[in-house]
Ligand binder design. Structure first.
Ligand SMILES: Cc1cc2nc3c(=O)[nH]c(=O)nc-3n(C[C@H](O)[C@H](O)[C@H](O)COP(=O)(O)OP(=O)(O)OC[C@H]3O[C@@H](n4cnc5c(N)ncnc54)[C@H](O)[C@@H]3O)c2cc1C
Length: 416
């Protein structure tokens, strides 16, 4: 007979989730001289890898998977980070500081770092679970989609006009697929950008041959065991060899909420990324925090920058050098030959100003709130991104008329 003590492994730090945040937390702990025992529990079978290329260079086959690893395999061994991959954390007992794993084992921790990202939201309509319906969140998702394209899938319907859906549409169009993109809201990118940027990307996608439709509701997916079409609420039937669903994520925080952590849309954390449960931190896509860059509104930020910087913040906290999380938010998206760089958080803007002519495919949109510059979306415009970012970080006010004048470099607004 095996006793519980025998099946329990003890670690100083247990990190749940071997993605961007989890990997960076272990890296930062070692960089800051932490010598304790670290374990990383990851549901996916892979060592930590970069997720953004999944809808970009990896799907386009411009980068092989072995170029996506955040660190080579030997690194984790050298740094004595125990990797438990293909295993999920199922339940947390905060009083005993114990975690139960999907393979029946238990691990105990002094500090637990929850870095689980989220599960792709699924459609709830009929046909949602048919073969040929894909998310783009993991390597496995992408590999299955790529295999179906290799096997002849050419007519693809993408449901969701957020960054992932748009990036996938751009790559698949380049690969020669016929792509229809469906967005339920009146414009793409509605949750993350202003209407100017949405119109620009809608036009670009249509010019590249994507049949992009906004304000459309999906009634159901059609097919007997494999998807072969999408029926819209108005009765239109779109043929489909495969369907991609990119309608956001549900933060993977059930075990924490079940253990009593405060939260709802993600798990709530304070300025040091601490949850309401003792010795449990949360970082990255699954952590909801009151960002100083969003006027203190509690939000989750789904970006590599946020996951990495929160990871470093937590590592510092664990080694006794706690500093509040104040890192500046930034993001990027690649579609066709367009590089979008975003700085700041545009949510809550009351005015937007276009700098430059979108028809030139190099321009930016500046977002303001009560006269202060709060965010910038720069398309093929590194200069505006770099200078705009400095202005936002400085909390600068700007005159919208001068802001629209591209003959005045953004950096000059610091002096105006
Ligand atoms: C296709 C795609 C493109 C993107 N492009 C960009 C981009 O261009 N720029 C940008 O800034 N961001 C981009 N993002 C977002 C970015 O990848 C995420 O914000 C980032 O990965 C978040 O890191 P994380 O550590 O919070 O979560 P993740 O990197 O998602 O890692 C979480 C890990 O935890 C695992 N896990 C979940 N539950 C459990 C459990 N119970 N037990 C064990 N393991 C668990 C998951 O399987 C996953 O491997 C993109 C995301 C995707 C999917």
């Amino acid at each position: 007979m095996t006793t519980e003590a025998e099946t329990t492994e003890r670690y100083d730090v247990v990190i749940v989730g071997a993605g961007h945040g989890g990997a960076q937390c272990a890296i930062a702990l070692r960089q800051h001289g932490f010598a304790g025992l670290i374990a990383m529990i990851g549901r996916e079978p892979e060592l930590p890898y970069e997720r953004p290329p999944l809808s970009k260079e990896y799907l386009a086959r411009e980068k092989s998977f072995d170029r996506l690893y955040i660190r080579p395999a030997g690194f984790w061994k050298d740094k004595a980070v125990t990797m438990e991959l293909g295993v999920a954390a199922m339940a947390v007992d905060p009083a005993a500081r114990r975690l139960s794993l999907s393979d029946g084992r238990n691990v105990t921790y002094n500090n637990l770092v929850w870095a689980t990202g989220g599960e792709p939201r699924r459609l709830t309509c009929a046909g949602a679970t048919l073969a040929g319906v894909h998310a783009v969140r993991t390597r496995a998702d992408c590999d299955q989609l790529m295999k179906e394209i290799d096997d002849g899938a050419r007519t693809i319907v993408v449901i969701g006009g957020g960054y992932i859906g748009l990036e996938a549409a751009a790559v698949l169009t380049k690969l020669g697929c016929r792509v229809t993109l469906l967005e339920a809201l009146p414009r793409v990118l509605a949750r993350v950008a202003g209407p100017e940027l949405s119109s620009f990307y809608e036009r670009e996608h249509r010019e590249h041959g994507v049949d992009l439709r906004t304000g459309v509701a999906v009634d159901c997916l059609l097919g007997s065991d494999r998807v072969d079409g999408v029926r819209l609420a108005d009765g239109t039937v779109l043929p489909a060899d495969a369907v991609i669903v990119g309608i956001g994520i549900t933060p993977a925080v059930e075990p924490l909420l079940a253990a009593g952590a405060a939260g709802g849309n993600g798990v709530d954390v304070d300025a040091h990324c601490r949850t309401s449960l003792p010795h449990i931190y949360a970082i990255g896509d699954c952590a909801a925090f009151a960002s100083i860059h969003s006027g203190g509104v509690r939000m989750r930020i789904e970006s590599v920058q946020n996951a990495m910087d929160q990871a470093t913040c937590v590592a510092r906290g664990i080694i006794g050098d706690a500093r509040p999380y104040v890192a500046f938010p930034w993001f990027w998206s690649n579609q066709y030959d367009l590089k979008l760089q975003t700085a700041g958080v545009s949510a809550g803007f009351d005015q937007s100003v276009i700098r430059g002519d979108p028809a030139t495919r190099s321009f930016s949109v500046a977002y303001m709130n009560e006269g202060r510059l709060i965010a910038i979306d720069a398309v093929n415009n590194v200069k505006d991104y770099v200078q705009g970012r400095k202005l936002i970080e400085a909390g600068a006010h700007a005159n919208p008329i001068i802001l629209a004048d591209t003959s005045v470099p953004l950096k000059q607004h610091l002096l105006i």
